[in-house]
Design a protein around this ligand. Structure first.
Ligand SMILES: [Zn+2]
Length: 288
Protein backbone atom coordinates (compact mmCIF):
# COMPACT_ATOMS: atom_id res chain seq x y z
CA UNK A 1 0.00 0.00 0.00
CA UNK A 2 1.19 3.49 -0.78
CA UNK A 3 0.12 6.98 0.32
CA UNK A 4 -2.21 8.96 -1.94
CA UNK A 5 -1.69 12.27 -0.22
CA UNK A 6 0.58 13.53 -3.01
CA UNK A 7 -1.73 12.49 -5.84
CA UNK A 8 -2.97 16.01 -6.50
CA UNK A 9 -0.42 16.85 -9.18
CA UNK A 10 -0.88 18.35 -12.61
CA UNK A 11 -2.05 15.75 -15.13
CA UNK A 12 0.69 16.64 -17.69
CA UNK A 13 3.41 16.11 -15.18
CA UNK A 14 1.79 12.85 -14.14
CA UNK A 15 1.84 11.58 -17.75
CA UNK A 16 5.52 12.42 -18.04
CA UNK A 17 6.19 10.65 -14.78
CA UNK A 18 4.40 7.57 -16.06
CA UNK A 19 6.46 7.57 -19.27
CA UNK A 20 9.69 7.82 -17.31
CA UNK A 21 8.59 5.01 -15.04
CA UNK A 22 7.74 2.85 -18.08
CA UNK A 23 11.15 3.48 -19.69
CA UNK A 24 12.99 2.83 -16.44
CA UNK A 25 10.99 -0.38 -16.02
CA UNK A 26 11.84 -1.55 -19.55
CA UNK A 27 15.55 -0.80 -19.14
CA UNK A 28 15.49 -2.67 -15.86
CA UNK A 29 13.84 -5.73 -17.42
CA UNK A 30 16.34 -5.74 -20.31
CA UNK A 31 19.12 -5.49 -17.74
CA UNK A 32 17.86 -8.57 -15.93
CA UNK A 33 17.54 -10.49 -19.21
CA UNK A 34 21.10 -9.61 -20.27
CA UNK A 35 22.39 -10.61 -16.85
CA UNK A 36 20.72 -14.00 -17.18
CA UNK A 37 22.15 -14.65 -20.63
CA UNK A 38 25.69 -13.61 -19.62
CA UNK A 39 25.64 -15.75 -16.50
CA UNK A 40 24.50 -18.80 -18.35
CA UNK A 41 27.36 -18.46 -20.84
CA UNK A 42 29.88 -17.87 -18.07
CA UNK A 43 28.89 -20.95 -16.15
CA UNK A 44 29.42 -23.33 -19.02
CA UNK A 45 32.87 -21.98 -19.87
CA UNK A 46 34.41 -20.82 -16.60
CA UNK A 47 36.83 -23.25 -14.93
CA UNK A 48 36.04 -21.86 -11.50
CA UNK A 49 32.30 -21.67 -11.17
CA UNK A 50 32.08 -20.34 -7.65
CA UNK A 51 34.30 -17.36 -8.34
CA UNK A 52 32.72 -16.49 -11.67
CA UNK A 53 29.27 -16.30 -10.10
CA UNK A 54 30.52 -14.16 -7.26
CA UNK A 55 32.21 -11.77 -9.64
CA UNK A 56 29.08 -11.48 -11.82
CA UNK A 57 26.96 -10.69 -8.81
CA UNK A 58 29.26 -7.99 -7.54
CA UNK A 59 29.76 -6.59 -11.03
CA UNK A 60 26.11 -6.09 -12.01
CA UNK A 61 24.84 -4.72 -8.74
CA UNK A 62 21.25 -4.65 -10.08
CA UNK A 63 18.54 -4.44 -7.47
CA UNK A 64 15.89 -7.08 -7.89
CA UNK A 65 18.13 -9.64 -9.61
CA UNK A 66 19.51 -11.11 -6.41
CA UNK A 67 16.70 -13.61 -6.07
CA UNK A 68 17.40 -15.06 -9.50
CA UNK A 69 21.18 -15.22 -8.90
CA UNK A 70 20.67 -17.11 -5.66
CA UNK A 71 19.02 -19.80 -7.72
CA UNK A 72 22.10 -20.01 -9.95
CA UNK A 73 24.31 -20.49 -6.90
CA UNK A 74 22.76 -23.90 -6.37
CA UNK A 75 24.54 -25.23 -9.48
CA UNK A 76 26.69 -28.06 -8.05
CA UNK A 77 30.45 -27.56 -8.06
CA UNK A 78 31.79 -30.26 -10.33
CA UNK A 79 35.36 -29.00 -10.24
CA UNK A 80 38.30 -30.53 -8.33
CA UNK A 81 38.86 -31.04 -4.65
CA UNK A 82 40.36 -28.41 -2.37
CA UNK A 83 43.00 -26.48 -4.30
CA UNK A 84 43.23 -29.18 -6.99
CA UNK A 85 41.48 -29.06 -10.33
CA UNK A 86 39.61 -32.10 -11.60
CA UNK A 87 42.50 -32.80 -14.02
CA UNK A 88 45.04 -32.61 -11.20
CA UNK A 89 42.99 -34.95 -9.03
CA UNK A 90 42.93 -37.47 -11.87
CA UNK A 91 46.65 -37.07 -12.53
CA UNK A 92 47.48 -37.69 -8.84
CA UNK A 93 45.12 -40.67 -8.72
CA UNK A 94 46.83 -42.19 -11.75
CA UNK A 95 50.28 -41.66 -10.25
CA UNK A 96 49.29 -43.19 -6.92
CA UNK A 97 47.67 -46.23 -8.49
CA UNK A 98 50.83 -46.77 -10.57
CA UNK A 99 53.13 -46.26 -7.57
CA UNK A 100 54.82 -49.66 -7.27
CA UNK A 101 57.77 -48.08 -5.45
CA UNK A 102 55.77 -46.82 -2.47
CA UNK A 103 56.80 -43.20 -3.04
CA UNK A 104 53.41 -42.01 -1.80
CA UNK A 105 53.40 -44.23 1.28
CA UNK A 106 52.38 -42.10 4.21
CA UNK A 107 54.04 -42.46 7.57
CA UNK A 108 52.96 -40.36 10.53
CA UNK A 109 51.61 -40.78 14.04
CA UNK A 110 48.63 -42.80 12.83
CA UNK A 111 50.17 -44.56 9.81
CA UNK A 112 53.10 -46.54 11.14
CA UNK A 113 55.85 -48.65 9.61
CA UNK A 114 56.35 -52.22 10.72
CA UNK A 115 59.19 -52.60 13.20
CA UNK A 116 60.95 -55.12 10.96
CA UNK A 117 60.68 -53.14 7.73
CA UNK A 118 63.96 -52.26 6.07
CA UNK A 119 64.37 -50.99 2.49
CA UNK A 120 66.01 -53.65 0.34
CA UNK A 121 68.63 -51.58 -1.44
CA UNK A 122 70.21 -48.56 0.14
CA UNK A 123 73.33 -46.58 -0.74
CA UNK A 124 75.28 -43.62 0.54
CA UNK A 125 74.62 -40.86 -2.02
CA UNK A 126 77.54 -38.89 -3.35
CA UNK A 127 76.81 -35.73 -1.36
CA UNK A 128 78.28 -33.86 1.60
CA UNK A 129 77.89 -35.85 4.81
CA UNK A 130 77.98 -34.78 8.44
CA UNK A 131 78.53 -38.21 9.95
CA UNK A 132 81.10 -40.95 9.79
CA UNK A 133 80.53 -43.14 6.72
CA UNK A 134 79.68 -46.13 8.88
CA UNK A 135 76.61 -44.33 10.28
CA UNK A 136 73.37 -45.80 8.90
CA UNK A 137 71.86 -42.33 8.61
CA UNK A 138 73.98 -41.67 5.53
CA UNK A 139 71.88 -44.18 3.63
CA UNK A 140 68.96 -43.50 1.31
CA UNK A 141 67.01 -45.87 -0.88
CA UNK A 142 69.18 -46.73 -3.87
CA UNK A 143 66.46 -45.81 -6.37
CA UNK A 144 66.33 -42.20 -5.16
CA UNK A 145 70.10 -41.63 -4.95
CA UNK A 146 70.28 -40.06 -8.44
CA UNK A 147 67.67 -37.45 -7.54
CA UNK A 148 69.27 -36.79 -4.13
CA UNK A 149 72.59 -36.18 -5.85
CA UNK A 150 71.01 -33.99 -8.54
CA UNK A 151 69.33 -31.93 -5.80
CA UNK A 152 72.62 -31.36 -3.95
CA UNK A 153 74.56 -30.78 -7.19
CA UNK A 154 72.10 -28.11 -8.33
CA UNK A 155 72.38 -26.43 -4.94
CA UNK A 156 76.16 -26.35 -5.29
CA UNK A 157 75.91 -24.94 -8.82
CA UNK A 158 73.72 -22.18 -7.37
CA UNK A 159 76.43 -21.47 -4.79
CA UNK A 160 74.90 -23.33 -1.84
CA UNK A 161 76.66 -26.16 -0.05
CA UNK A 162 74.15 -28.47 1.58
CA UNK A 163 74.93 -31.49 3.73
CA UNK A 164 72.96 -34.65 4.36
CA UNK A 165 72.43 -34.89 8.09
CA UNK A 166 70.08 -37.84 8.15
CA UNK A 167 68.64 -40.24 5.62
CA UNK A 168 67.58 -43.71 6.67
CA UNK A 169 66.94 -44.53 10.31
CA UNK A 170 66.16 -48.01 11.53
CA UNK A 171 63.48 -48.71 14.10
CA UNK A 172 66.17 -49.30 16.72
CA UNK A 173 67.99 -46.05 16.06
CA UNK A 174 64.70 -44.13 16.06
CA UNK A 175 63.85 -45.76 19.42
CA UNK A 176 67.18 -44.60 20.81
CA UNK A 177 66.63 -41.01 19.62
CA UNK A 178 63.05 -40.99 20.82
CA UNK A 179 63.92 -42.23 24.29
CA UNK A 180 66.79 -39.76 24.60
CA UNK A 181 64.44 -36.96 23.53
CA UNK A 182 61.86 -38.02 26.11
CA UNK A 183 64.45 -38.20 28.89
CA UNK A 184 65.84 -34.79 28.06
CA UNK A 185 62.37 -33.30 28.22
CA UNK A 186 61.06 -34.80 31.45
CA UNK A 187 59.27 -37.70 29.79
CA UNK A 188 57.24 -35.49 27.45
CA UNK A 189 57.56 -35.48 23.63
CA UNK A 190 59.20 -32.36 22.23
CA UNK A 191 57.34 -32.81 18.95
CA UNK A 192 60.56 -33.04 16.95
CA UNK A 193 61.60 -36.66 17.35
CA UNK A 194 59.14 -39.18 16.01
CA UNK A 195 58.32 -42.30 17.97
CA UNK A 196 59.77 -45.48 16.44
CA UNK A 197 57.58 -46.71 13.59
CA UNK A 198 56.19 -43.23 12.92
CA UNK A 199 59.21 -41.73 11.18
CA UNK A 200 59.57 -41.33 7.42
CA UNK A 201 63.31 -41.81 7.85
CA UNK A 202 62.46 -45.47 8.39
CA UNK A 203 61.43 -45.63 4.71
CA UNK A 204 64.77 -44.35 3.40
CA UNK A 205 62.79 -41.68 1.50
CA UNK A 206 63.40 -38.71 3.82
CA UNK A 207 66.44 -36.49 4.10
CA UNK A 208 67.41 -33.89 6.68
CA UNK A 209 69.47 -31.05 5.26
CA UNK A 210 71.92 -28.74 6.95
CA UNK A 211 74.75 -26.32 6.18
CA UNK A 212 77.70 -24.56 7.75
CA UNK A 213 75.52 -21.48 8.30
CA UNK A 214 73.73 -23.41 11.06
CA UNK A 215 76.87 -25.24 12.20
CA UNK A 216 75.62 -28.44 10.57
CA UNK A 217 72.80 -28.59 13.13
CA UNK A 218 69.09 -29.22 12.55
CA UNK A 219 67.43 -26.00 13.57
CA UNK A 220 64.64 -23.65 12.53
CA UNK A 221 67.38 -21.18 11.63
CA UNK A 222 68.02 -23.24 8.50
CA UNK A 223 64.94 -21.55 7.07
CA UNK A 224 66.77 -18.21 7.01
CA UNK A 225 69.98 -19.46 5.43
CA UNK A 226 70.60 -19.14 1.67
CA UNK A 227 70.74 -22.97 1.55
CA UNK A 228 67.41 -23.32 3.34
CA UNK A 229 65.78 -20.79 1.04
CA UNK A 230 67.22 -22.41 -2.05
CA UNK A 231 66.04 -25.85 -0.93
CA UNK A 232 62.57 -24.52 -0.20
CA UNK A 233 62.26 -23.06 -3.69
CA UNK A 234 63.89 -25.87 -5.64
CA UNK A 235 63.42 -29.23 -3.90
CA UNK A 236 60.29 -30.02 -5.91
CA UNK A 237 62.34 -30.09 -9.12
CA UNK A 238 64.03 -33.24 -7.82
CA UNK A 239 60.89 -34.95 -6.53
CA UNK A 240 61.07 -33.71 -2.93
CA UNK A 241 58.52 -31.89 -0.79
CA UNK A 242 58.96 -29.94 2.43
CA UNK A 243 57.16 -32.39 4.68
CA UNK A 244 56.43 -30.52 7.92
CA UNK A 245 55.17 -27.08 7.06
CA UNK A 246 54.98 -24.27 9.62
CA UNK A 247 51.26 -23.68 9.40
CA UNK A 248 50.21 -27.32 9.07
CA UNK A 249 51.28 -28.88 12.35
CA UNK A 250 47.70 -29.93 13.07
CA UNK A 251 47.63 -31.85 9.78
CA UNK A 252 51.06 -33.49 9.81
CA UNK A 253 51.23 -34.02 13.56
CA UNK A 254 54.78 -32.70 13.64
CA UNK A 255 56.32 -29.33 14.29
CA UNK A 256 57.71 -27.21 11.50
CA UNK A 257 60.97 -28.67 10.20
CA UNK A 258 62.56 -26.51 7.49
CA UNK A 259 65.30 -29.14 7.10
CA UNK A 260 63.19 -32.26 6.47
CA UNK A 261 62.37 -33.21 2.87
CA UNK A 262 60.47 -36.24 1.65
CA UNK A 263 60.91 -37.88 -1.72
CA UNK A 264 57.68 -38.58 -3.61
CA UNK A 265 59.34 -39.07 -6.99
CA UNK A 266 56.73 -37.65 -9.35
CA UNK A 267 58.01 -34.16 -10.16
CA UNK A 268 54.72 -32.94 -11.51
CA UNK A 269 53.13 -33.73 -8.16
CA UNK A 270 55.98 -32.40 -6.03
CA UNK A 271 55.58 -29.14 -7.98
CA UNK A 272 51.84 -29.23 -7.31
CA UNK A 273 52.46 -29.64 -3.56
CA UNK A 274 54.97 -26.79 -3.67
CA UNK A 275 52.85 -24.40 -5.73
CA UNK A 276 49.60 -25.06 -3.88
CA UNK A 277 51.07 -25.51 -0.38
CA UNK A 278 49.81 -29.07 0.06
CA UNK A 279 51.07 -31.61 2.59
CA UNK A 280 51.20 -35.31 1.80
CA UNK A 281 48.28 -35.88 4.16
CA UNK A 282 46.16 -33.32 2.29
CA UNK A 283 47.20 -34.65 -1.12
CA UNK A 284 46.13 -38.19 -0.28
CA UNK A 285 42.95 -36.93 1.33
CA UNK A 286 41.98 -34.91 -1.76
CA UNK A 287 42.23 -37.92 -4.07
CA UNK A 288 40.87 -40.75 -1.92
ZN1 LIG B 1 63.88 -35.59 9.30
Amino acid sequence: MYEKSNSKVKSGQKKNDNKILLIVGLVFLIGILVTFIMRDGGNSAAPNQGNSIDKTENGTGQNGSSEASEGLNTVPDVEGVGPLTAEEVQMVKNAISADAEGYFKIVNKVNTVDENYKPENMVIPNVGLTKDRSNEQNLVRADIADDVEAFFRAAKEAGHEMFLSSGYRSYNLQSLFYNNDLQSNGGVETGYVAAPGTSEHHLGLAIDLTSHNVNLDLTDEFENTPEGQWALNNAYKYGFILRYKADKEDITGYKYEPWHYRYIGNKEISKLCHDKDITLEELLDYVK
